[in-house]
Ligand binder design. Sequence first.
Ligand code: 5AD
Ligand code: SF4
Length: 594
Amino acid sequence: MPAATGDKTVYLETFGCQMNELDSELVAGSLRALGYRFVAEPNDAKVVLYNTCSVREHAEQKVWSRLGELAIRKKDEPDLVVGVLGCMAERDGTALLKRMPQVDLLCGPGELDKLPSLVASAITTRAGLAQMAREALTTTRAEDLINPDKVRLVSANQVALQGSASRRSSTLAAAEDSLELLDLSRAISPLDADPDKPRASAYVRITRGCNKFCTYCVVPFTRGAEIHRPPEHIIDECKKLADAGVIEITLLGQTVNHYRFEHGAAVMVNGLTQPQKGRSFTGGHRRDPLAGSNVTTFADLLRRIHDEVPAIQRLRFVTSYPRDFGDDVLEVIRDHHRLCRYIHVPAQSGSDRMLKMMNRGYTVAEYLEFLDRCRTFLDEPAKGRPLMLSGDFIVGFPTETEEDFQATRDLLTKARYKNAFIFKYSPRPGTIAFDKLQDDVTDEVKRRRNNELLALQNTISDEISREQIGRTFEVMVEGFSRRTLRKMGLSGGQMRQAGTIAITIGGRNIDPSTLGDAAEAESGSSCSTGTSTITPTEALDESDNATVQLSCRTDGDQIVMIDVPARRAASLVGTIIPARITAAHALSLQAEMV
Ligand code: 5AD
Ligand code: SF4
């Protein structure tokens, strides 16, 4: 492993999905082990890294504008290292370097294990170039050399990309899957600031990539083919996290219910079982057809984690694909009480015509039948365990008519999600829809449909929230609410920074990784991964009658705010407590401790 050289301050900002947040955490852990230190402000860092998302153009634009700002800064700081990680790096490749010459390194999501060496090389290269530029100040070419655009001409960029073609065709058996090593090398205490008090919640990857090729989606091209991790590796990781104090785990994958590990086909390299490529399900609608044979199915995996890691009090998973989700999985959730009654299952549209054009592989009737099955197995409000569903929708997909849109409204009404993520169609270069279909729904119409759907969902969310009044739930205390943190003098920027940055409150380091409010939990928000400690400017008032607001979550993923005595607040964070719901809003509930 290369050693870090020079100034080791890093700012790492993450855009997009939970998978990216996990990647950032793993990358931060591997850099930290080499002596790099994470800071909360880009201006304090010598290495600025963006872990990017390409799912919609909007997410990319944010990164372009950040990179634009860094171009200006780099004129004064030629040794500054700028890196683009994740899907934009993989998708745009070296074209990105041409457009943004201030970028020193590119690292695709399948190559993140190489990041430490890329960063170390980039630091050395930039330091050398900056030195050259300083020496050149005495020559007539000084201006040329100090200009980063020109310096670029003599610099060697650090690039690690897979190229989806090679990724798709190569067999994993051929070589050690080095990305698996990154997952395995996970630094278990995410907060340097207080390694004895790690966060209470963590993500664990079970599958990578995607084979579905929905026509609008860039993920199969940026993250490559679907790959399943060996169950032993997943369970070991859960155990390690549990030993470090984690009590809630979210399993991650683009289509988690496709998880399946065929032990007979397992390949070992250097004594290590390798992840396995996903194979298509054939007729696995009600039950995985290979269940019971020498295979770990998704249902088996959930059962094993539940039984073998009892310290994990909550186990959830995202994202589910609305096909191939068998009753076997629903039975396991029903029969194992630490499995959460929450299923995120994107529908994308309520029109069969649109679903076909999107290549989703199911009809609206089949989707609704799946939701019915979920409710039959899992909706038990009388036992304090209502099933909560959430979904994703795309409005304004090419040729979408008012009739198609009305069908989506109908589906939303029938599905009764507790919340839904609604996106305007964004044509992504490289996808089938981009190549074959004209983006013919105007932005105005997309915006209107988006707003109408949001308003409808808001009414439904509000109704579902009201139904919870008077019920008592076990809630996981995730942190101080934004309202409380604002009162304590934290800026909005600092709160957004709070990805894995510690906040010292009441003499204790609080991990605010899930700080909060429903609106912020939306995909598309950004957070930063670091290890600085932010101390609020206003001390916590811990006098006898002072109260603060805590932000908590039910196992159905509903957000609950509770006012508690300020003295006790810090010690409750990261624990699960009973709470009775007293009031309801569309996106959050109010409760009191019981
Ligand atoms: N345009 C708009 N939304 C998209 N999504 C994926 N690709 C696109 C796109 N090109 C949405 C889908 C998916 C979520 C993660 O992002 O709804 O479920
Ligand atoms: Fe994209 Fe479809 Fe795969 Fe989801 S299932 S990641 S929308 S291709």
